[in-house]
Write a protein of this length. Sequence first.
Length: 100
Amino acid sequence: MKIYVGNISYDTTESKLHKVFSEYGEVLSTRIMTDKFTGRTRGFGFVEMTSDSDGLKAIEKLHDTMVDQRNIVVNEARPQAERETGGKNFGSNRRSNNRY
């Protein structure tokens, strides 16, 4: 089960998330999202647990609890929405709206 974790402190590490969530079951992976230009955390991440039952237990117990002086938001991760890939039509709307 993949779990979304929001409102993460800038001081929280992936190993800290792993430790917190492992109290409720086996953790497969943790990932805190970072800005690709600055490398600074974006304040959210994901934890993947081996079983849905452990994941649901972790969500129930950890949602709105304090981790590194921040109340974290914990819920089941939703599938990522598909994004347009750009391609050769990228920006075509912008050009068509220009008036000369």
